[in-house]
Design a protein around this ligand. Structure first.
Ligand SMILES: NC(=O)c1ccc[n+]([C@@H]2O[C@H](COP(=O)([O-])OP(=O)(O)OC[C@H]3O[C@@H](n4cnc5c(N)ncnc54)[C@H](O)[C@@H]3O)[C@@H](O)[C@H]2O)c1
Length: 274
């Protein structure tokens, strides 16, 4: 038996974190697109890791339970990395809410029940959640604590109250941050830790869909004018994950880390004004 890392989302960010943290572990890689999981598993196995690909759907509780059960056959799940998701240019409002918001909430809940004592997880949120206007304290609490099966019934999340896919994505990512806070209390009962990372524009296939989509100019302007003056890389997100998931992060849980080259700062108080 081995220590197991459960990686959901076989994309660039997920792979970068798995490569940084997963050496010596059994890495169970789930993705809705089986071929994505297979490609990443092959790249990692060819580089000396021990990875196995699985098809899974983050928006489906039974699929999440199934991959957890498969992962536990290899040993205790001591690490979770959630980097599965869809972006505003990839999916309609309902799908963004079902995958990014509801699916992430279910995963945190289900893995929270399965994580080994002292285990650690990260989920990838987004700067988008930080750029959205503040919600009321009551709305924040609803996003944090509403039972998962009731989440999508919240008035705040009804499709008629959501302007467009970007707004849906922002709400989903704000919800990720709030869920992590609430779940960290439950994970803490096993001295396990869970945090989120909110990246800015990171060059990946998902970001390329945004840059080639209807908001392409908006995003190009964003990274050109942010204090860093460029987009980020998945390996830079892995730098933050390494802090959070290693012993150096032992006192960090229930927190969200913004890594956006200063984009949010410039949106609020600089020239970006987005
Ligand atoms: N790239 C960026 O600029 C950026 C910025 C902020 C946040 N993020 C977030 O980072 C996460 C990872 O994105 P990435 O940039 O590495 O993209 P990516 O396209 O490289 O990977 C995303 C993966 O998620 C998978 N996926 C989509 N829906 C799924 C579902 N229902 N179940 C299981 N898997 C599913 C896709 O098939 C894909 O393999 C996403 O949550 C995204 O919102 C990305």
């Amino acid at each position: 038996m081995k220590n197991v890392m459960l990686l959901t989302g076989a994309g660039q960010i997920g792979m970068a974190i798995a490569r940084r943290m997963g050496y010596g572990m059994k890495i169970v890689i789930g993705d809705k697109k089986r071929e994505n999981a297979q490609v990443v598993a092959k790249i990692m196995n060819d580089a000396g890791f021990d990875a196995v690909p699985e098809e899974m759907d983050l928006s489906d509780r039974s699929s999440i339970r199934s991959i957890i059960a498969k992962a536990q056959k290899y040993g205790d799940i001591s690490m979770m990395v959630n980097a599965a998701g869809v972006s505003p240019s990839q999916a309609p409002i309902e799908a963004i809410l079902k995958v990014d918001l509801y699916g992430t909430a279910v995963l945190l809940e289900e893995v929270g029940g399965a994580i080994a004592p002292g285990g650690v997880g990260v989920t990838i949120s987004s700067q988008s959640g930080h750029r959205m206007k503040q919600l009321t304290p009551e709305e924040d609490e609803q996003l944090a604590c509403t039972p998962t099966e009731k989440l999508l019934e919240l008035p705040l999340l009804r499709p008629e109250n959501i302007r467009d896919t970007l707004h849906a994505y922002q709400l989903a990512k704000r919800c990720n941050e709030k869920r992590v806070m609430a779940e960290s209390v439950r994970w803490g009962e096993k001295r396990a830790r869970i945090n989120s990372i909110s990246p800015g524009i990171i060059v990946t296939p998902l970001a390329m869909d945004e840059l080639n989509g209807p908001r392409g100019d908006f995003y190009r302007n964003m990274f050109a004018k942010c204090p860093a003056g460029r987009p980020g890389t998945a390996d830079e997100v892995a730098n933050v994950a390494e802090l959070l998931m290693s012993a150096k992060g032992a006192f960090i849980t229930g927190a969200d880390f913004l890594i956006d080259g200063g984009t949010t700062a410039s949106c609020f108080y600089g020239p970006l004004k987005c």
